[in-house]
Design a protein around this ligand. Structure first.
Ligand SMILES: *[C@@H]1O[C@H](CO)[C@@H](O)[C@H](O)[C@H]1NC(C)=O
Ligand SMILES: *[C@@H]1O[C@H](CO)[C@@H](O)[C@H](O)[C@H]1NC(C)=O
Ligand SMILES: *[C@@H]1O[C@H](CO)[C@@H](O)[C@H](O)[C@H]1NC(C)=O
Ligand SMILES: *[C@@H]1O[C@H](CO)[C@@H](O)[C@H](O)[C@H]1NC(C)=O
Ligand SMILES: *[C@@H]1O[C@H](CO)[C@@H](O)[C@H](O)[C@H]1NC(C)=O
Ligand SMILES: *[C@@H]1O[C@H](CO)[C@@H](O)[C@H](O)[C@H]1NC(C)=O
Ligand SMILES: *[C@@H]1O[C@H](CO)[C@@H](O)[C@H](O)[C@H]1NC(C)=O
Ligand SMILES: [Cu+2]
Length: 564
């Protein structure tokens, strides 16, 4: 604990005085275009940024301004979300389609401008339209302003982004529309590590490339791990090596040693790994966690890369054996639960004690019917018995800003209730399909209990909140019990995150203060869940002063005309 306090003081000094370099402007041009990629014996058109998959990593220092010119040369509208960036007074740049902006139409462009003040670590960026984030994503790395010698941990010799993803090999816009078909088995061709499918994929004798990490004996590597996948949580492991977890979602955690990382879609984890094994080759494996039983087609939810000492992997294959890590069982969820449970914040923040508003939110998915003029039945996801429907005609933020929420954009506006209806049965019944909003005053301390189905079938739900970090006070299995579970709240050193992994068969409690006016989505980062309605929008009102009021939109803000 003493160590935490020392680092806390250190960080405050570093962030407040910044005697080193001045804040810089980090500028990128993202050209979004379609190209053909060949994997698993098939040529598939994919939409990517700057011809790369994963897309370019943005590297900045705390306090910098980031400017990204997005030029859309693809046949689809796109918007880009800067996942985990707080966007203080800058909701216009959040990139959530139909929530904060309309998509950038083909042959149009938009410049995102935002800063990374008071944030350090690994974040990422991704498309926020249908399933396009499967191929439009990349890391967003924020180093301390004083450079890497001021990390609150051993200075690494090298930093490596590890982006876990999936190769779908299919039209991602169509894929999104098929998610509500409960008979559709939705399985990618393979998982990927930094865009490589790995050598478990053998298509008529053609072996897919592995991601190769060349290391030098004795050196320390900082792996910045991102789960950019559409579907599962992953276990990540390197044979013969241990990890020290030092950060998650761009917030430092107390150093935590483990040989297995668990990471849910939307989360990031930073780990140190020392290359101290006997020189040789070691597989790194990303294995999807399947709570409802394993997918038998092997490569679907697994990818492996190679950690290679002395560039051995580059030499022509000479039959040198490659060490294979022993992976947890694919159905084993408790390891992921405890991985998250063991994370505590390095910095002891003051957790706001007086809660102004409490929400109890059930999140579930099942074969249900959504009410409407014509009831539509299929796979439906919901929060407090409302299945979210994005507005069709314009962004919520623009409608809110121009005080025109009801007339302009939304035909099915619904206030999001603070509790589920009584007698709600998980995964079954009828639900309404609506654009559900929760209005919140500026400077409200919110506590939210997120309750997943406490009975099978149950999935983990990584709930991502835009524009805010929050404290994770507690998690547990079964039904949340206010009297008993409040006793277990961690108010001393709770982890600070932007994604709350509601465990399988369980619940999670988060707390945060609303000091950022705008419209912010809270949604599941499993794409099938969000596509079928597991989302709600918080409308945070302006505060009393100019510097607590959302400024007007930028001049080139994408218009919603001619959307169809
Ligand atoms: C972006 O769009 C504006 C307005 O249509 C245009 O003037 C500008 O040249 C475009 N910039 C690029 C880099 O395409
Ligand atoms: C090893 O192979 C990788 C990928 O093909 C290449 O980028 C790298 O330059 C090679 N390294 C050496 C030392 O040949
Ligand atoms: C992680 O949590 C589990 C369960 O609380 C505990 O048994 C284990 O010792 C913890 N691991 C570490 C390294 O603290
Ligand atoms: C599923 O999608 C189809 C096509 O987009 C639509 O017609 C149908 O109403 C949807 N079903 C549900 C339950 O939303
Ligand atoms: C969208 O706009 C059209 C034309 O202005 C209007 O007829 C329609 O009702 C609007 N749709 C919604 C969902 O508000
Ligand atoms: C959920 O909402 C639907 C649609 O309004 C309604 O028919 C149903 O009764 C609600 N469920 C419960 C448990 O109240
Ligand atoms: C927010 O509310 C707290 C307590 O309710 C108060 O002490 C604080 O001054 C407020 N902050 C702002 C920026 O309004
Ligand atoms: Cu979910």
């Amino acid at each position: 604990m003493a160590v935490g306090v020392v680092f806390f003081l250190f960080l405050v000094v570093a962030l407040a005085t910044a005697p080193g370099g001045d804040a810089a402007v980090v500028e990128h041009t993202f050209i979004v275009s379609q190209m053909m990629l060949n994997h698993l014996c098939n040529n598939t058109p994919v939409i990517v940024v700057n011809g790369q998959l994963p897309g370019p990593a943005i590297e900045a220092s705390e306090g910098d301004s980031i400017v990204v010119h997005v030029i859309n040369k693809s046949p689809h509208g796109v918007s880009i979300h800067w996942h985990g960036v707080k966007q203080q007074l800058n909701c216009w740049a959040d990139g959530a389609d139909m929530i904060t902006q309309c998509p950038i139409q083909p042959n149009k462009n938009f410049t995102y401008r935002f800063n990374v003040i008071g944030q350090e670590g690994t974040l990422w960026w991704h498309a926020h339209v249908a399933c396009l984030r499967a191929t439009i994503h990349g890391a967003l790395i924020i180093r301390p302003r004083l450079g890497s010698s001021s990390y609150p941990f051993h200075k690494p010799d090298k930093e490596i982004p590890i982006v876990i993803g999936e190769w779908w090999g299919t039209d991602l816009v169509r894929l999104d529309k098929r998610f509500n078909n409960s008979n559709f088995a939705y399985v990618p061709g393979s998982s990927t590590i930094n865009g490589k499918l790995g050598d478990l994929n053998n298509c008529f004798g053609f072996i897919e490339e592995n991601y190769i990490l060349n290391v030098e004996h004795g050196k320390t590597y900082l792996l910045r791990i991102v789960n950019a996948a559409l579907h599962p949580q992953y276990y990540y492991k390197i044979a013969g090596h241990m990890f020290t977890v030092v950060a998650a979602d761009a917030n430092y955690v107390k150093p935590y040693m483990t040989d297995t990382i668990a990471i849910a879609p939307g989360e990031t984890v930073d780990v140190l790994v020392v290359a101290n094994a006997p020189p040789g080759m070691y597989y790194m494996v990303a294995l999807g966690i399947m709570s409802l039983g394993p997918i038998t087609e092997t490569p679907a939810f697994i990818s492996r890369g190679i950690v290679s000492y002395n560039n051995q992997a580059n030499a022509t294959s000479d039959g040198t054996p490659i060490m294979v890590p022993e992976m947890p069982d694919q159905r084993e969820e408790t390891l992921a639960f405890y991985f998250h449970d063991n994370l505590t914040s390095l910095v002891h923040h003051r957790v706001p004690a007086d809660v102004d508003e409490r929400l109890f939110i059930t999140v579930d998915t099942g074969n249900m019917c959504r009410k409407g003029s014509v009831p539509a039945c299929g796979l439906v996801s919901r929060m407090n018995n409302i299945s979210f429907q994005p507005p069709a005609n314009g962004s919520l933020l623009h409608a809110h800003y121009s005080n025109n929420m009801i007339n302009n954009v939304i035909s099915t506006l619904q206030d999001f209730p603070s509790r589920p209806p009584p007698r709600m049965v998980f995964n079954r019944g009828h639900t309404s399909k609506a654009t559900s909003l929760r209005r919140v005053r500026y400077n409200t301390t919110m506590e939210i209990v997120l309750q997943g189905p406490p009975i099978w079938p149950s999935y983990p739900n990584p709930m991502h909140l835009h524009g805010h970090d929050f404290f994770i006070l507690a998690q547990g299995h079964g039904r949340y019990n206010a009297e008993k579970d409040v006793q277990a709240y961690n108010l001393l050193d709770p982890p600070v995150r932007n994604t709350a992994l509601v465990p399988v068969l369980g619940w999670m409690v988060i707390r945060f203060v609303t000091r950022n006016p705008g419209v912010w989505l809270l949604h599941c980062h499993i794409q099938q869940h969000v596509s079928t309605g597991m989302a709600v929008a918080f409308v945070v009102e302006n505060g009393p002063t100019m510097d607590t009021t959302l400024p007007p939109p930028p001049a080139d803000y994408p218009s919603c005309d001619n959307q169809n």
